[in-house]
Design a binder for this molecule. Structure first.
Ligand SMILES: NC(=O)c1ccc[n+]([C@@H]2O[C@H](COP(=O)([O-])OP(=O)(O)OC[C@H]3O[C@@H](n4cnc5c(N)ncnc54)[C@H](O)[C@@H]3O)[C@@H](O)[C@H]2O)c1
Length: 305
């Protein structure tokens, strides 16, 4: 019997793609799963199909439709989870969509809607799960809590064609790191995955060709390859892992190192406000003749810069 047997998970956006695979994998390990997806044609049927597959494999699943970024829907998701399964142990924030354009031509709506579904979508569900777990600890009850957020490598590569998405995904990392700090004393872990997979989201665009299934051999970008890490982070053996970010795809996982803050540039004039000359004298030791703009900057290099 799996040590996850009987635990309760919510997975947002679990009708399709990564969320679906994560729900299936958790259920295979005995977790009772609540499948959330948006209440729209296509998504609704997809959510029920994930639940049906889990049930036909002998697992337990319940569908709760709703917008992951809407507070009322998120509250209803919690309420219906308790009504059905009586607890919540694992909150996987996964749902989202993209509307890619460069910042030159992106509309306010394209920016707001993508930030909303990802960043606010994580926030409202995270708030509910964290308050529930903290409340249990305060009531003297034992708590088993695992929060898993879904970011993207777009957050670290700059992703020039996704100013909305990359910002939201960077925000998700920051939000989850804060959550991890708040929850560590309650024994609740909070981690972030940055997956790569062939899904509806990546069927067109820059990665479409790369993510395609090969004619034969291992399909590195099968969404099912990401799910075991989510199950692992949800499990007892991962109890001490929190405040971490993982790139995950195929048969590999990269643990991200924390950003490195280089030694401070201190005003050569001493304890005084910078002058332009002092700033240039000090910073030009870093931005020297070998320095290459943007490529040597904060974001990781990708493609032609
Ligand atoms: N596929 C990749 O390579 C990749 C890479 C990095 C990050 N991600 C992230 O992984 C997550 C899952 O993406 P995917 O590739 O499986 O995409 P997908 O399009 O296959 O699945 C996303 C699911 O979210 C649902 N959804 C959309 N808006 C929703 C809302 N408001 N409320 C509830 N559900 C909603 C969709 O209906 C769909 O079922 C996303 O957060 C995505 O940004 C994916």
């Amino acid at each position: 019997m799996s040590e996850l047997e009987g635990k309760v998970a919510i997975i947002t956006g679990a009708g399709r793609g990564l969320g679906r695979e994560e729900a299936l994998d958790l259920a295979r390990h005995g977790v009772r799963v609540v499948i959330n997806d948006i209440d729209l044609p296509g998504a609704k049927e997809a959510a029920h199909s994930t639940a049906d597959e889990i049930r036909s494999d002998g697992g337990e699943a319940h569908v709760v439709l709703g917008d992951c970024a809407d507070t009322n829907d998120a509250n209803a998701l919690m309420k219906k989870t308790f009504e059905k399964f009586g607890d919540l142990n694992i909150m996987v924030n996964n749902a989202g969509f993209v509307k890619d354009k460069t910042i030159f031509s992106m509309s306010d709506e394209e920016f707001d809607s993508v930030v909303r579904v990802h960043l606010r979508g994580h926030f409202v569900n995270m708030r509910n799960a964290m308050n529930y777990w903290r409340g249990k600890v305060k009531a003297g009850e034992t708590v088993y809590g695992r929060l898993i957020s879904t970011s993207s490598e777009a957050a670290i590569y700059g992703s020039a064609g996704q100013p909305n998405y990359a910002s939201a995904k960077a925000g998700i990392v920051a939000m989850t790191m804060g959550a991890a700090q708040l929850m560590v004393s309650y024994g609740v872990t909070c981690n972030v995955i940055m997956p790569r997979a062939e899904t509806d989201m990546t069927m067109s665009g820059a990665t479409a060709e790369m993510f395609k299934a090969p004619e034969k051999g291992f399909h590195y970008f099968d969404a099912a390859n990401v799910a075991p890490l989510v199950t692992y982070l949800s499990s007892e053996p991962a109890a001490k892992i929190s405040g971490e970010v993982f790139i995950v795809w195929g048969n590999q996982i990269n643990v991200l190192q924390r950003p490195k803050v280089l030694p401070a540039h201190v005003n050569p004039a001493g304890a005084t406000k910078w002058s332009q000359a002092n700033l240039h004298e000090s910073l030009s030791t870093h931005f020297d003749d070998d320095y290459r703009s943007v490529r040597d900057g904060y974001s990781m290099p990708i493609g032609r810069v």
